[in-house]
Design a protein. Structure first.
Length: 298
């Protein structure tokens, strides 16, 4: 098995639950780069929220790449070139706001450095109750995350603008994020399926839904990058855990699902890691297949 490029999702895949990359994994990924294997971080996050991980893995030094926001941008770290492929227009973002409002769920309209956030009254009342019960500081953001009712994303989004009306959206949007219960999102996925010709709609976790332009995906950006690097997809291995990783699984030769992945992701995988993202699942699988240990990878 010859592997020239390894693409990895971040949350639930490369990152542990505490949002860190383990020392063991860091060391192994740097060793693989020293042997000429390209490392690509493929995430729903943007550059601001990927930068510290890229630095930890020394991607700039070894010619690594970022595929940001589920395929919205390709970032050549060594050349310091970021190519934005497409965004949601202001009009599309406003239309989605109107469409999502009846569901009474929190919606986040995500840009490179900021968020427009709409929190319906029913959600706000529940948040206020939880903040009081858990003694959450007054200056902590009201925004939810992929797995938490409250999540502090200020490290990547300096601007947080709480909004009530669609007209308040005055910038193009990278994607829409919707934190809600698994049951709520299942209903929304079914209802919104009629929009599949215009938007990509999928879950990164059972409680986080994302909406993006239909022409964008992690898989399309990964294929584009591999072509530019003259690396055949037969030499590409990728790791993921969520529905937004399925497009990668469709294009690379060796799609690996984490043991903590959603069932639909496991069903599409070449194999499943024995260990989860909290126990170096990626590295254990790379060792299992002797990636970087044979002459063809040196």
């Amino acid at each position: 098995m010859k592997i020239s490029l390894i693409a990895m999702d971040m949350d639930g895949t490369l990152l542990q639950s505490d949002q860190t990359i383990s020392e063991k994994t860091t060391k192994k990924l740097i060793e693989l780069q020293q042997k000429g294997i390209k490392i690509v971080l493929v995430s729903g996050r943007n550059y601001n929220r990927l930068k510290r991980y890229a630095e930890q893995l020394q991607l700039e030094k070894y010619g690594g790449y970022l595929i940001e926001v589920n395929g919205m941008a390709i970032n050549d770290l060594q050349k310091k070139q970021r190519e934005v492929l497409e965004r949601l227009s202001i009009q599309q973002a406003r239309e989605l706001f109107a469409l999502l409002q009846p569901y009474e769920v929190e919606t986040q309209y995500i840009m490179d450095d900021g968020l427009y956030v709409h929190i319906p009254e029913v959600c706000m009342q529940e948040k206020k109750k939880l903040r009081k019960e858990h003694h959450i500081p007054d200056d902590f953001p009201w925004t939810a995350g992929a797995t938490n009712v409250f999540f502090d994303a200020r490290d990547g989004y300096a601007r947080m603008m709480y909004m009530e009306h669609a007209s308040e959206i005055v910038e193009e949007i990278n994607k829409v994020g919707i934190p809600a219960t698994a049951k709520q999102l299942e209903v929304m996925m079914k209802d919104l399926s009629e929009l599949s010709d215009t938007y990509w709609i999928g879950r990164t976790t059972p409680t986080w839904l994302e909406i993006m332009p239909v022409n964008l995906s992690k898989g399309k950006a990964l294929r584009m990058l591999a072509q530019r690097l003259s690396i055949p997809m037969s030499e590409v291995m990728c790791f993921g855990d969520g529905e937004n990783d399925l497009s990668m699984f469709e294009v690379c030769a060796y799609p690996i699902a984490m043991s903590n992945a959603m069932d639909i992701v496991k069903q599409k995988a070449y194999t499943i890691t024995v260990a989860d993202h909290d126990h170096d699942g990626i590295i254990e699988t790379l060792k299992q297949y002797h990636i970087g240990e044979t002459e063809e990878n040196v």
